[in-house]
Design a protein around this ligand. Sequence first.
Ligand code: COA
Length: 133
Amino acid sequence: VTDIAYEWRGAFTNDEVNALHAEAFEHGLLDDDWVAQVTSHSLGWVCARDGGGLVGFVNVPWDGGVHAFILDTIVARRAARRGIGTALVSIAATEAAAAGCEWLHVDFEDELRPFYFEACGFEPTNAGLIALR
Ligand SMILES: CC(C)(COP(=O)(O)OP(=O)(O)OC[C@H]1O[C@@H](n2cnc3c(N)ncnc32)[C@H](O)[C@@H]1OP(=O)(O)O)[C@@H](O)C(=O)NCCC(=O)NCCS
């Protein structure tokens, strides 16, 4: 998609990501401090913009060493199924590799298997999760 501008560690406002997150995960508007969150704890993040504003975001936390993670891959509904999600993850992988990471992890629900396995190229592996609250 040529009319989308992608930026690793691009500038964004909390309002922009809170709006996108609420739409993508179908919850009410929250007041999370995404800027503090990602600048304090993440290797980076990717922003996707079109003429109308922020249409995609992914957070890339890491362990400070060789492991990076994909969290909160989100694409605005108005821009869905145009390859933006795939491009966000691809940029995350390229930048994590450039930072010296050897592994990119993700977990997701069953319906997103085609997205992460087929479109983004993740290999299936065993993983585990404990709901802490
Ligand atoms: C998942 C998400 C980021 C995908 O973004 P996108 O830009 O629409 O995805 P792409 O256009 O790159 O999709 C590439 C391929 O992945 C698959 N895919 C994408 N979204 C999918 C979905 N919701 N369900 C099943 N397969 C999907 C399709 O095979 C798609 O190819 P196609 O459009 O030719 O059928 C977006 O649907 C979203 O924000 N979802 C809500 C939030 C969410 O659940 N995020 C993931 C958290 S782990």
